[in-house]
Design a binder for this molecule. Sequence first.
Ligand SMILES: [Zn+2]
Length: 375
Amino acid sequence: MAEEGGPCPDPAPPPSPALALPGSYLESRDRFRELGARAGAKQQCFFHDADDDTASPRLSTDTAYLGPADAQTLVVIASGTHGVEGYAGAACQFRFMQGYAARHASDGLAYLLVHAVNPWGFFHDRRVTPEGIDLNRNFVDFPVTHDAGYAAYHELLVTRFRPLPRGWWNEARLLSHALTRARRQALQAAITSGQYAYPDGLFFGGAAPARSRLVWEDIVHRFACGRRRAMLLDLHTGLGKRGTGELISYLPSGAAAFVQMARWFGGDLKSMAGGDSVSAAVEGTLTAAFERAVAGQSYAIGLEFGTCAPLPVLNALRTDHWYHNNANRLPPSERERARRKMKAAFAAADDAWCRQVAARFDQVMAQLVRGLSAG
Ligand SMILES: [Zn+2]
């Protein structure tokens, strides 16, 4: 399942003020490996199609380990938990590796960069795994009967969805559920908090652990479990105001670890459990599972970069599901349209956005390192 590559120290020049997004999953993986080698990282490749060596291309989650092998504290930076969101996440990882020698090599911490937690979604410009699963709802004990109200909207959201102008009446009905701020928030929670009954639906948490979950758990077990302290920074896009980067914890704001992390980030940490985050309360996240898996002191947060307004994001997801639920009777042009919408919603990057995200990522990393170093 894993292959090792040797270190090859060759510090790269310092990163530019902006992120450089890759053009595809394969380009991103090549770049990740190249920059990892230059930074002197110990690299490993975890194939997702271990039982099928004829798969082309073979998709993998790749890791790059930087810092002392026996460091007491490990910082894990993950990209592509939601496939298509990996463009920006991977670009942040490139940036980290480019600046590693100058900024982090002497801070005493170890870093594990995990590229493309869900490589299939990244490769296909989808948010889900090949099983149709939202990986950030999949870290639960199955079977699950949890339902936050999604069932009431599945037909409007998915079954009756047609791209405009054909589906305009259905869209009007859906919008009637979102006329006030309170109703919009209730609708967002019902849709996004996760459901386990509709495999063809949005935010489906699955009926069993996804392949990506098993690979991720293997990586966490290998690298993080024996540490005195471990911290996960899971990089996402698609929620919040464009160009901002919200730090999100699944913990309630009164929890000791939340209070400690909030101090590190100058109070700039939101609790999805408390209702003040751009994210609804979600079960089965990578971050919650990470804290459970690490025996020592553990911390885990998501960093969510805003791209565009909620409605285009939701409609990109619905178009994507509509195509894949009806792929056998739709032309390839519809697949391309769905793909373009997904990239526009989760990875549309102009120069200003790339600069804002780079600056925010740098700020978060500096705060995180200062916080962990202070103890
Ligand atoms: Zn995400």
